[in-house]
Design a protein around this ligand. Structure first.
Ligand code: NI
Length: 214
């Protein structure tokens, strides 16, 4: 009769250890999963891979620029192309709306439109294009290689597509808006179609934290 409670106790302990193990795995997954959520606010999300980094491009004013040109400012970055029939105009309008919602705080933000179609998007064409969206917006272009390099750093997908319904080719491209911090660090990204008001909440948290020295 003495062995039975001992066996029962061992069984309970094994079950308890199992439960603790499962709880630990669930907790770890929760913590790991929560890293995918933007800490300062819902709406943006962070990435499991490194995003962003150095670049050398040409602005729509014909000036050579690099990531260092924009140190000290937050960047709102979108990749697309001026001939885009649908998605790009919507996202650039959303970016412009977000900047306008921010009021005075918008002075901390530099919106950038980076082309994935450098063969057609010359600086002068970009100048006309970005002016349609926001006076603060800067269009960036470069050589095929320079664009390929920055697209790789931002994990941006793009490819040329022949479309029968258009005379010229179109570009397939990924559709995210990236928030980069004043030291060139990736902070957050927004899926295409994110409400500008949601973007503003996330951006403001980062801008406020930065102003507070966080
Ligand atoms: Ni587009």
């Amino acid at each position: 009769m003495r062995r039975t409670p001992t066996l029962a106790l061992i069984s309970v302990m094994i079950l308890a250890l199992g439960a603790i193990g499962i709880a630990a795995v669930v907790a770890w997954q929760f913590i790991a999963g929560s890293r995918m959520v933007d800490p300062p606010g819902r709406g943006g999300f962070t990435a499991a891979v490194k995003i962003g980094g150095p670049f050398k491009l040409v602005s729509h004013r014909g000036e050579k620029v690099s990531d260092e040109t924009y140190r000290g400012r937050f960047l709102l970055v979108y990749f697309g192309y001026a001939y885009c029939p649908d998605v790009c105009p919507t996202e650039l309008a959303n970016m412009a709306a977000a900047i306008d919602y921010m009021g005075e705080a918008a002075s901390a933000i530099q919106p950038l439109f980076i082309t994935v179609d450098p063969e057609r998007d010359s600086p002068s064409l970009m100048a006309n294009y970005v002016a349609q969206f926001h006076p603060a917006m800067v269009g960036l272009t470069g050589t095929n290689q320079e664009i390929a390099d920055i697209a790789k750093r931002y994990r941006v997908f793009y490819r040329k597509v022949k479309d029968e319904s258009f005379n010229e080719y179109i570009m397939d491209h990924s559709n995210f808006i990236y928030l980069i911090g004043p030291n060139g660090e990736f902070l957050s990204m927004f899926r295409g179609g994110t409400d500008p008001a949601v973007m503003v909440k996330v951006i403001n948290k980062y801008v406020e934290n930065h102003a507070a020295g966080a």
